[in-house]
Design a protein around this ligand. Structure first.
Ligand code: ASP
Length: 410
């Protein structure tokens, strides 16, 4: 009892500091330099600490998850189910984005600002490059540069290696176990600092992007957030209910802390510790959550996919371009792939938007328009991204438990 009381109070603290941060941001609108110079650094320190611990946590927890599954076939079947769930929900998410943007006419009434629009898109990698880049050519480099997909590949090999080494691999398994425990403890310490971190992250965002910047693009924000909310409420509620028999209310209640944190940090990878904790409270076995969630934080981005769908239609509409059905299908395909290639850190979804626009020949300059409000869109899409990961963990876990129960009966 005492423990859950303590946990609740941290959520309450985070909520309060989020509200205080927003209020302080509004108050500091005319002094945004101050907010950026003196408040933001504390948010940066906090994010740095999270980034510091995230690579060890992902490497060790995925490895530990695989080793504890013991059987390579079992890893394979869980992995396949996880990836399938991720792909289907992401494709659904882009469709939701496209649908709402079309029906609500996201670009209607928007007048292109006079003068040249200029935006130099950072080069989005091609699909083949994205695939090749998953495989590291050096075992340590991905850890140093925090290239998460490569870290996952490394963890997969490490886990499989330990299983295949059998008796002789036991020492390695114990070392991984022990270090994983240490990494989780460090993570706990950092989580305790969240109220300060959340305040320092949100305050400068509000101070800088006051309502004035927002107004002309309010419709994009509204349409995107409608998509985010509808997708979460419909798709995730349905999947936890149908596949795991879990009450959606319970799901969202327990998810409030990671969702709040995702909203203020705009980083799926940074939210990982909170997400693991929440799903474990929801009864997901550690061996499942430690495999499904880090993978999801890296490849599953439903919110980003919705955002890309909405932005693609917005840009098409304001430039007066009609998108055919085939083009919209192409957007579904590329946005699903782009969201796999999107890193779970702030702002990366916007870089991958270039890949989606390019695929159907839309002007990249359009990105310049939405760039000003990207942070606001990013906060919401990150919430969807991590909630999707958690819903998958719950469904995969329920499926495994069912299989085990069947086996036990036999
Ligand atoms: N910030 C998002 C995330 O961490 C990625 C994005 O920019 O879409 O999940």
């Amino acid at each position: 009892m005492k423990k859950s009381g303590k946990k609740l109070s941290l959520t309450a603290k985070i909520t309060i500091s989020l509200i205080l941060g927003i209020l302080a941001g509004i108050a500091l609108q005319n002094y945004s330099d101050f907010a950026v110079s003196y408040v933001k650094p504390f948010g940066t320190i906090y994010l740095n600490l999270i980034k510091m611990i995230v690579v060890p946590v992902v490497l060790l927890s995925i490895t530990q998850g695989i080793v504890s599954l013991q059987d390579i076939r079992k890893v394979g079947s869980i992995g396949l189910r996880t990836v399938l769930y991720y792909l289907c929900t992401t494709a659904l998410a882009v469709t939701v984005g496209l649908l709402f943007a079309n029906v609500l006419n996201v670009g209607a009434g928007y007048v292109l600002p006079a003068g040249e629009l200029s935006y130099t898109a950072s080069e989005a990698p091609s699909i083949m490059d994205t695939i090749v880049n998953i495989f590291p050519s050096n075992a340590f480099e991905p850890l140093v540069s925090a290239t998460m997909l490569q870290v996952i590949v490394l963890a997969l090999f490490l886990g499989f290696g330990i299983i295949l080494a059998g008796e002789k691999g036991q020492t390695a398994a114990n070392v991984v176990d022990s270090f994983a425990e240490v990494a989780f403890r460090i993570m706990d310490m950092i989580i305790q600092l969240s109220p300060i971190g959340v305040f320092a992250l949100i305050c400068p965002v509000v101070a800088q992007n006051g309502p004035a910047v927002l107004l002309p693009l309010l419709k994009v924000v509204l349409v995107a957030y409608t998509g985010y909310i509808v997708h979460m409420v419909v798709v995730y509620s349905a999947s936890v209910k149908c596949f795991a028999g879990m009450s959606p209310l319970k799901f969202f209640r327990e998810m409030s802390r990671p969702m709040l944190f995702a909203f203020s940090s705009a980083s799926s990878v940074g939210t990982l510790p909170f997400n693991m904790e929440a799903t474990e409270r929801l009864g997901v076995k550690k061996e499942i959550s430690s495999f499904v969630l880090p993978l999801g934080a890296t490849i599953n981005m439903d919110g980003t996919a919705i955002y890309q769908g909405v932005c693609a239609i917005f840009i098409a509409q304001i430039f007066g371009i009609d998108l055919s059905l085939t083009q919209q299908l192409t957007i579904i395909l590329t946005a699903t792939l782009a969201s796999i290639g999107t890193a779970g850190v702030p702002g990366s979804g916007m870089i991958m938007l270039a890949m989606v626009l390019q695929s159907v020949g839309l002007p990249l300059e359009g990105i310049a328009l939405v760039a000003g409000i990207d942070r606001i869109l990013d906060m919401g899409r990150t919430v969807v991204n991590i909630t999707g990961d958690a819903s998958c963990a719950i469904c995969v876990d329920a499926r495994e438990k069912k299989k085990e129960a069947k086996r036990a009966k036999k």
